[in-house]
Design a binder for this molecule. Structure first.
Ligand code: AHM
Ligand code: MG
Length: 335
C-alpha cells in the first residue's frame, strides 16, 4: 500500500527537513485544521443540525450574519485561544481584534480569518469555506494592538482555506508552493492529495458577477467584452464563464484548472475600493495564487504589496492565470 501523507506529517517534514516553519507555527496550523474539521461537520449536518438560516445580528460591515457565520467564528476562537501559539485574532465577523485571554500563554502569531466565506451559499447547499492568514506579531513586549495586524500580504507566514464541498479540502501555503489535503472522514484526518499545485498561465475561463456589468470601470468592461466576442474577436478564442459566488470555490477551481477571478471596484459604492476584504480574503488567496504561479492585482498594483490602513479594508481583486491577470492590469494603465 502506498504510504499516505497526513497533514501532520507534511507539517513535521516542513519543519524538520526543510526548516520552513517553526514548531509553534506547525502547532497553530494543526489547530486551524482541527477547527475546519468541526466547521465541516456543522456544515454537513445542515438543517438536521439546526445551523441553517440567519441569526438576528449584523457584522461590522452591516451584513446580516448567518447562523453558520457565528458558529464558525466561535469554533475558530475557542480552538485557537488556549494553545499558546497566538497573541491575538481578527475576523471578518468581529468589530475589533480578539486578544488571547491572560489566563492562557501568549504566543507570537496573529491569526486572521473569514470564518465562513460564501455566506449566501450556505442555505442552498453550495460550496463554502474558511479562509485564514497568519502573521507574526511585532517583536517587542507591548500588548498587541489592532495596528499590529496592518501588515502587507508579503508578511504572511502561512495562508490557506478549507473548502466544504463534495469533499472537504484544506489548501495551504507556508511559502513553499501550494499543497492540498482531502479530509478522510473515516480516519478523521487530512491527507495530502496534491503537491506543487500549478496554475496554467493562459486560460479560456473567467469568473465575475456579470449582473454588475453596468457598474464596472472601463478596463474591466473592455476585458470582458473582448472575451465575449470569442473566436471572432481580438482574443481569437471562445471563453467560458463560471461564477459560484463563493470566493473559496472560485479560487479552488482556478487552482485546479486555471482561470481568472475578478471582483473589481464598481460604481455602486464609489468610495469603497471593492467588495472583498484585503486581510481576510484577498491577501491569503493572492499568496496561494502566486505560490501556484499565478498573479493577483487590484488593477493597479500587486495585492500583496498594499499597505493596509484598516483591519476591515476592502480591495478590488483580479487573480488567477498570470497572462490574463497581466492583461486586465495593463488595460488599467492604458485606459
Ligand atoms: P462573504 O464573506 O460575506 O461570504 O462575502 C464574500 C463573497 C465571496 O465569497 C464571493 O466571491 C462574493 O462575496 C460574491 O458576491 P456577489 O454575491 O456580489 O456575487
Ligand atoms: Mg468572505
Amino acid at each position: 500500500m502506498s504510504s499516505r501523507i497526513s497533514l501532520t506529517r507534511y507539517l513535521v517534514e516542513q519543519q524538520r527537513i526543510d526548516g520552513h516553519i517553526p514548531s509553534q507555527l506547525r502547532l497553530l496550523l494543526e489547530v486551524v485544521a482541527r477547527s475546519c474539521k468541526s466547521i465541516s461537520q456543522a456544515v454537513n449536518k445542515g438543517a438536521l443540525g439546526g445551523v441553517l438560516g440567519s441569526a438576528s445580528s449584523e457584522n461590522v460591515q452591516g451584513e446580516i450574519q448567518k447562523k453558520l457565520d457565528i458558529i464558525a467564528n466561535e469554533v475558530l476562537i475557542e480552538a485557537n485561544e488556549w494553545g499558546g501559539h497566538l497573541a491575538a485574532m481578527a475576523s471578518e465577523e468581529m468589530d475589533g481584534i480578539y486578544l488571547v485571554p491572560n489566563r492562557y500563554p501568549q504566543g507570537e502569531y496573529l491569526l486572521l480569518f473569514d470564518p465562513l466565506d460564501g455566506s449566501s451559499n450556505i442555505d442552498v447547499n453550495v460550496s463554502i469555506g474558511t479562509i485564514f492568514s497568519v502573521l507574526k506579531k511585532p517583536d517587542d513586549d507591548r500588548g498587541v494592538e489592532a495596528g499590529d495586524f496592518l501588515q502587507p500580504g508579503t508578511a504572511q507566514v502561512a495562508a490557506g482555506y478549507c473548502i466544504y464541498g463534495p469533499q472537504t479540502t484544506l489548501v495551504l501555503t507556508v511559502g513553499d508552493g501550494v499543497a492540498m489535503f482531502t479530509l478522510d472522514r473515516e480516519q478523521g484526518s487530512f491527507v495530502l492529495t496534491e503537491e506543487n499545485v500549478r496554475i496554467p498561465e493562459d486560460t479560456k475561463e473567467f469568473a465575475i458577477n456579470m449582473s454588475n456589468m453596468r457598474h464596472w470601470d472601463e478596463p474591466v468592461k473592455r476585458y470582458i467584452d473582448e472575451c465575449l466576442q470569442g473566436k471572432e474577436g481580438p482574443r481569437g478564442k471562445d471563453f467560458n464563464m463560471r461564477w459560484i459566488a463563493s470566493m473559496v470555490a472560485d479560487v479552488h477551481r482556478i487552482l485546479t484548472r486555471g482561470g481568472i477571478f475578478m471582483y473589481p471596484w464598481d460604481k455602486r459604492e464609489p468610495n469603497k475600493p471593492g467588495k472583498l476584504r484585503l486581510m481576510y480574503e484577498a491577501n491569503p488567496m493572492s499568496w496561494l495564487i502566486e505560490q501556484a504561479g499565478g498573479a493577483a492585482t487590484n488593477g493597479k498594483q500587486r495585492i500583496m504589496d498594499i499597505q493596509p490602513t484598516q483591519l476591515h479594508e476592502r480591495v478590488s481583486v483580479i487573480l488567477g492565470s498570470k497572462n490574463e491577470v497581466e492583461r486586465v492590469t495593463s488595460y488599467h494603465s492604458t485606459l
